[in-house]
Design a protein around this ligand. Structure first.
Ligand code: SF4
Length: 456
């Protein structure tokens, strides 16, 4: 039996343009979810993973499979449907899973043979058994997986094309920010894989650099932090010799022992969601966590960087509380905090989030010709109606934000600081070149988007 697993491409996600900027190789992550599904698949299945972010195969020229599984974030939904149509025209059954199919089951269900909602681990064996017996059902409802039973991903199936390996150690997030679908998909409970399993899986990753894809590697409570320290100690003992990056909350800066252990375990960079430079903005998105304990972001970022860990900061633009000038304000916040990279995204109502419910109720979803418009839900297009901005206005704010933070002057100053303090200058250089390249591509994409909406 032959199984193809497909990660669909969205050409509008500029970071995947590896051919246009080779630095983007450092920003294309392996489709870990498909590698876990492959691990759940019995050995009688011959499995191929197609990651369209690396290259799009000629599906007409590959041997006919018995089943195709396709995953999709919302921004990949259109392409997922195209891939499904191609295989279904050859009478190959197509199963779709992932966040989009979970949040929009009716739309997805009309375009594929079967959908799997939620986490696939508890239900995938049943899907395969039903395919084998020719009785595939239209809907399989997954559940939150038992973290003790998640198999190590099939890292052997994707080799050579990606600069980073990928691994997951926890799922779920207790914070439930208004714009984020993690809590709806993975739940509020912070669930952790057994540390011994994580270490074993790390050993199977060939790449030197690894992205830990957890939504928050360290968690928010005392117990979560204690577990993160245990994980880092185990990684040090295992002498993995990997360099890894992860998403964390800013409370990582509060614990010197945690930082020391993370650095010794191979941590070279973290991404922190600052979300907004204002307290009102943080309240609006439900991330008051960031301003607890009168947090000083400047010294928090410095404390992390002292351990030779680079800090990427993420902000959201287009909140109700954002006013004209927000682009410059975010860039200045990033420069003041001292982050190494700035990733500013448009406020985007993704299906399954509280933000979606609110915006839909008030008729504020602007790009709403679905499913076609899902391709713009990359967080890099202004798809909503923003309270204080026209579409052109908010694009101008974004250009000001990226143009200021990634200006030659500020980029060189940051790189010099990294070089002077011996804080991974080559990584900082590669990241800066990648972000500057992405900014260039985004500007063209924004013009095309506004033209397509009759706005420019
Ligand atoms: S944005 Fe981050 S902190 Fe907020 S709910 Fe999502 S994963 Fe949790």
């Amino acid at each position: 039996m032959r199984l193809y697993l497909v990660n669909p491409r969205n050409p509008l996600v500029s970071m995947i343009h590896v051919e246009e900027s080779r630095w983007n190789r450092y920003r294309v992550w392996k489709p870990l979810g498909l590698m876990v599904v492959a691990a759940l698949t019995p050995s009688e299945w011959e499995i191929t993973i197609f990651d369209e972010n690396v290259r799009v195969p000629d599906y007409g020229a590959v041997p006919r499979p018995d089943l195709v599984g396709v995953t999709a974030f919302t921004s990949q939904a259109n392409r997922a449907y195209e891939v499904a149509a191609e295989f279904r025209s050859r009478d190959v059954p197509v199963v779709m899973g992932g966040i989009h199919a979970t949040m929009c089951p009716e739309e997805a269900g009309a375009r594929v043979d079967s959908i799997v909602t939620g986490e696939a681990e508890p239900i995938w064996a049943q899907v395969l058994a039903d395919v084998r017996h020719g009785c595939l059902r239209p809907l399989y409802t997954g559940a939150h997986a038992n973290m003790q039973e998640i198999p190590p991903a099939r890292h052997d199936l994707l080799t050579g094309d990606h600069a980073f390996g990928a691994i997951q150690t926890t799922r779920g997030c207790p914070l439930n920010c208004s714009f984020c679908s993690v809590t709806a998909f993975n739940g509020r409970l912070y669930r952790q894989r057994p540390i011994a399993e994580v270490i074993r899986e790390f050993g199977a990753i060939r790449e030197k650099r690894v992205l830990i894809v957890d939504d928050n590697l360290i968690g928010t409570s005392h117990d979560h932090i204690a577990r993160a320290k245990d994980l880092f100690r185990a990684m040090i003992r295992a002498e993995l010799r990997k360099q890894w990056m992860a998403q964390v909350t800013i409370n990582m800066a509060d614990d010197e022992e945690l930082l020391t252990l993370a650095a010794r375990a191979g941590c070279t960079g973290v991404f922190v969601g600052f979300e907004s430079p204002t307290a009102e903005g943080l309240k609006e998105v439900g991330k008051k966590f960031n301003i607890q304990k009168n947090r000083d972001f400047v010294s928090s970022v410095r404390r992390i960087q002292r351990h030779k860990i680079l800090v990427g900061g993420s902000f959201i633009m287009g909140l109700n509380t954002d006013e004209p000038g927000i682009g410059k304000r975010i860039a200045e916040a990033g420069i003041r905090y001292g982050v190494d990279f700035l990733n500013t995204l448009f406020l985007t109502p993704l299906p399954g989030t509280r933000l979606w419910d609110e915006m839909e109720a008030h008729g504020r979803i602007a790009a709403n010709a679905f499913p076609d418009d899902w391709r713009y839900y990359t967080l890099t297009f202004p798809v909503a109606c923003y309270r204080h901005f026209s579409p052109e206005g908010i694009v101008r704010e974004m250009e000001t934000c990226d143009g200021t933070f990634y200006s030659l002057r500020h980029t060189l100053r940051r790189l010099w600081g990294n070089f002077w303090r011996r804080r991974r200058p080559l990584m900082a250089l590669a990241g800066s070149l990648s972000y500057r390249g992405t900014f260039r591509l985004n500007r063209k994409a924004w013009r095309d988007f506004l033209l397509s909406r009759g706005q420019a």
